[in-house]
Design a protein around this ligand. Structure first.
Ligand code: BG6
Ligand code: MG
Length: 219
């Protein structure tokens, strides 16, 4: 890609804000109560998955079969714990450099969307005072298929009037990178190059990252 992209779509948890650690802590507590082992490596596979897919992953790991009513109760409990962390969030929890980068893209006329599996995304955007940065927000409330399915990003690109091949996705999750690639997007991994090996390239943070660097690394 040598010309600037038509659009950029950002994942939320672990890309814009450090909420991935709150999800990990809440799932760990639940797994602990169910006496199912759950570590950082397991958590890596949960990133990007919907709430129900995450619970099913943990239950499978513990070979536990539960009825739907119990599953809903457990998801509510996990979400209450997650929200106890989220409720006190402020713009101070935005990752360094991410807002500056988004604002640079906006100033250059690149359209900006959010593509998250989380049903809590609107609340977090609001608490961090960044809702107005996104022309479209596609989240866990509006999609039927969770990452690694590309639905969330395809819906976002369509709302922005952009073609996937002219759109860049920013993702910290293996499932999210797969979703972007499956949809025909260019994907920048935010995190470890070993974990996010399917991304076009990875960055460790947005600090000092610019549109110029994006274009040179994609070309
Ligand atoms: C994703 C996170 O963004 O949202 C997952 O990476 C999380 O860890 C998923 O499970 C669903 O989030 P929520 O807030 O709807 O439970
Ligand atoms: Mg994420």
């Amino acid at each position: 890609m040598s010309d600037k992209p038509q659009a950029c779509i950002f994942d939320l948890d672990g890309v814009i804000v450090d909420t991935a650690r709150y999800h990990f802590s809440a799932w760990s507590e639940l797994a602990n109560e169910l006496v199912i082992p759950f570590n950082e490596e397991d958590n890596e596979q949960l990133k990007g998955l919907s709430r129900i897919d995450s619970l099913e992953f943990i239950l499978r790991k513990g070979s536990l079969v539960l009825d739907n009513h119990t599953k809903v109760r457990l998801m509510d409990r996990k979400n209450d714990r997650y929200l106890s962390h989220v409720k006190t969030m402020t713009p101070a929890e935005l990752f360094p450099g991410v807002l500056e980068f988004i604002d640079e893209l906006r100033a250059e006329g690149v359209r900006i969307g959010l593509g998250s599996s989380s049903r809590n995304a609107p609340l977090i955007l609001d608490l961090c005072c960044i809702t107005d940065r996104f022309e479209t927000v596609v989240d866990g409330n509006s999609i039927t298929l969770s990452k690694p399915d590309p639905e969330v990003f395809l819906t976002g690109a369509q709302a922005l009037g952009a073609q996937p091949e002219n759109t860049v996705v920013f993702e910290d999750a293996v499932s999210g990178v797969k979703a972007g690639k499956a949809g025909g997007f260019r994907v920048v991994g935010v995190g470890s190059p070993e974990v996010l090996s399917e991304a076009d390239f990875t960055i460790s943070s947005f600090e000092g990252f610019s549109l110029q660097e994006l274009l040179s690394r994609l070309s």
